[in-house]
Design a protein around this ligand. Structure first.
Ligand SMILES: [Ca+2]
Ligand SMILES: [Ca+2]
Length: 91
C-alpha cells in the first residue's frame, strides 16, 4: 500500500530585515516615517510594530534607527539544470 502525495517542486521567497517596515529590503527614511506616523497606535508589522508587542512605540522606532542603512540584496537561486550539471561533473 502506497501512501503520501506526489512530490512537487516548491519555491518560497522570504526574508527578514529588522527595521524594514515596508519590506523593500532597505531600512531607510520611509520606514522611519511609517513608524513615526503610527506612534502610539496598535497594528502589525506594516504599521511599524516591529517587536510585535501590539503597539507602535519608541522601541519600534529604536529598531529602525539601529538598522538604518541596512539592506538585503535579492538572492539568486541556481537553476536546477545548472545544479544537475554541477552534480554530474563531480561524480
Ligand atoms: Ca524599507
Ligand atoms: Ca511595538
Amino acid at each position: 500500500m502506497r501512501m503520501g502525495c506526489t512530490p512537487r517542486n516548491k519555491s518560497f521567497s522570504f526574508f527578514s530585515l529588522a527595521g524594514d517596515v515596508n519590506r523593500d529590503r532597505i531600512v531607510d527614511s520611509q520606514d522611519y516615517t511609517i513608524v513615526v506616523n503610527d506612534l502610539n497606535t496598535s497594528g502589525g508589522w506594516a504599521a511599524g510594530d516591529l517587536n510585535a508587542d501590539g503597539v507602535v512605540n519608541a522601541a519600534d522606532l529604536q529598531i529602525v534607527q539601529t538598522n538604518l542603512g541596512q539592506m538585503l540584496r535579492p538572492c539568486r537561486v541556481p537553476q536546477m539544470r545548472r545544479l544537475i550539471h554541477c552534480q554530474r561533473a563531480t561524480l
